[in-house]
Design a protein around this ligand. Structure first.
Ligand SMILES: Nc1nc2c(c(=O)[nH]1)N[C@H]1C(S)=C(S)[C@@H](COP(=O)(O)O)O[C@H]1N2
Ligand SMILES: [Mo]
Length: 360
C-alpha cells in the first residue's frame, strides 16, 4: 500500500530536468498556495474540554500508554520537512514539523502481532479520525507533531498535537490528536467514509476519491430526469450531456464530471461540488448559491449570468494551460462573484478572475 516510487522522498521532489523545480514537485492536479498562506480545512477547533491534553496509544498493543504533553516533549524530537498536498488541490512546500516519531511511541506500546492498522482519533465534536496500514515500516517518518516551523502548532492547525503522514494527501494528518488505536481490521476515517475520499490517498497517483456510488444504469436514468436534488452522486459521469435546467440543490457531487455539458439555468445551490469538473461546460445563468466548489475545475466554462454568491472556492480553478494554450472561463459583469468569496483563490487564479471582472 505504501510502495509508491516517491515514498522515500518525503518532499515529493522528482527529478525531471525539463520542468521548473516548483512544477516538478507538484503532484498532478495540484497548485501551490501563495507564500506564507496556509488554508484551514475542515474542523476549525477541537471539542471543548477542560481536561489536560493527553495522548493515548491503545487497542491491539501489549502495553497501552498515556503520554502527557511534557512526556512527549521529553522524548527524542525529530524535525521533518514536507510538502503539504490537500485533496482540494492546493499544495504548500517545505513545511517543517517537529515532534516525536510514531515509531518511537509504537516501540513503547509494543503492537501485537495481530495489529494491522493504525487509527488516529481527534478530540473533536464529530469524532474525527483517519487510518493508515501498519506494515513493517509503514512510513518511517510519520510524526506526532507538536510544532511547525519552530513554533508550537496553532490550535486552528491542530495544536497542541497532530499527526503528520508524509507522502499522503493531508486528510491523513489529524488535527487535535487524542488517541492512536491499533486495529486488527481497518476502520475508515471521517472523510474516507463520509466523503468518499480514497483510503490510500497517494497524491502522485491522484488517489482523491473512490469510484461512483451508483451503477451505470441508475446514473443513466437519473440523468434523464434532470433532478439530482439531495442525492449522493460521488464521481458521477455527467460529461457531454444536455442538462439544461438541471436541479441539483443540496446534491453531493464531489468529483462529478460535467465537462462539456450544457448546464444553462441549472441550479446547484447548496450542492457539494468539491473537485467537480466543469471544464468547457455551458454554465450560463446557473446558480451556485452557497455551494462548495473547493478544488472544482471551472476552466473554459461559460459563467455569464451565473451566480456564485456564498461559494467556497479554496483550490478552485478558472483557468488552466493545456499544451501551452490558455483555457479560461468566460466571465463578465453579469457573473456574480463577490470579492469576499474570491479571497481564498490561488494568486494566478485570482489575477485571472479580477482581470475579467475589471476589479483590483
Ligand atoms: N480533526 C480534524 N483533523 C483534520 C480535518 C478535520 O476536519 N478535523 N481535516 C483534514 C483535512 S481534509 C486536511 S486537508 C487537513 C487540513 O489541515 P489544516 O487545516 O491545518 O490546513 O486536516 C485534516 N485533519
Ligand atoms: Mo483536505
Amino acid at each position: 500500500m505504501f510502495d509508491s516510487a516517491h515514498q522515500t522522498d518525503t518532499s515529493g521532489k522528482t527529478t525531471n530536468e525539463n520542468v521548473p523545480p516548483e512544477r516538478a514537485r507538484l503532484p498532478p492536479g495540484q497548485q501551490p498556495v501563495a507564500l506564507g498562506k496556509w488554508p484551514i480545512i475542515g474542523e476549525r477547533k477541537p471539542a471543548p474540554s477542560s481536561a489536560p491534553w493527553t495522548l493515548n496509544v491503545l487497542g491491539f498493543v501489549g502495553n497501552p500508554v498515556e503520554f502527557s504533553l511534557d512526556d512527549l516533549r521529553s522524548l527524542p524530537q525529530t524535525t521533518i520537512s514536507i510538502d503539504i498536498h490537500c485533496v482540494t488541490r492546493w499544495s504548500k512546500f517545505d513545511v517543517e514539523f517537529s515532534g516525536v516519531l510514531l515509531s518511537e511511541l509504537l516501540r513503547l506500546a509494543t503492537p501485537l502481532e495481530s495489529a494491522k492498522f493504525i487509527s488516529f482519533l481527534a478530540r473533536s465534536a464529530r469524532n474525527h479520525s483517519t487510518s493508515i496500514p501498519l506494515v513493517a515500516d509503514p512510513n518511517p517518518e510519520t510524526l506526532i507533531a507538536l510544532s511547525v516551523d519552530g513554533r508550537p502548532l496553532e490550535q486552528e492547525h491542530g495544536g497542541p498535537i497532530r499527526n503528520i503522514v508524509p507522502g499522503r494527501y493531508f486528510y491523513k494528518s489529524v488535527k487535535w490528536l487524542d488517541r492512536i488505536e491499533l486495529l486488527e481490521n481497518d476502520r475508515l476515517g471521517f472523510w474516507e467514509s463520509e466523503s468518499g475520499y480514497h483510503n490510500e490517498a497517494d497524491p502522485w497517483k491522484e488517489q482523491r476519491y473512490l469510484s461512483p456510488t451508483i451503477d451505470k444504469r441508475t446514473a443513466a436514468r437519473l440523468l434523464s430526469t434532470k433532478d439530482f436534488s439531495n442525492l449522493d452522486l460521488l464521481s458521477l459521469d455527467a460529461s457531454k450531456r444536455d442538462l439544461v435546467s438541471l436541479i441539483a440543490v443540496h446534491s453531493l457531487l464531489r468529483n462529478a464530471n460535467f465537462s462539456q455539458s450544457n448546464l444553462t439555468d441549472a441550479n446547484f445551490s447548496n450542492a457539494n461540488l468539491s473537485n467537480a469538473h466543469f471544464r468547457g461546460a455551458n454554465l450560463r445563468n446557473a446558480k451556485f448559491i452557497d455551494a462548495d466548489l473547493e478544488g472544482a475545475d471551472l476552466s473554459g466554462a461559460d459563467l455569464r449570468g451565473a451566480d456564485l454568491s456564498g461559494c467556497s472556492l479554496i483550490g478552485a480553478s478558472f483557468c488552466a494551460t493545456e499544451d501551452e494554450v490558455l483555457i479560461g472561463a468566460v466571465i463578465d459583469k453579469t457573473t456574480l462573484l463577490p470579492d469576499a468569496i474570491l479571497a481564498p483563490l490561488i494568486p494566478e487564479q485570482l489575477a485571472f478572475v479580477k482581470r475579467l471582472l475589471k476589479r483590483d
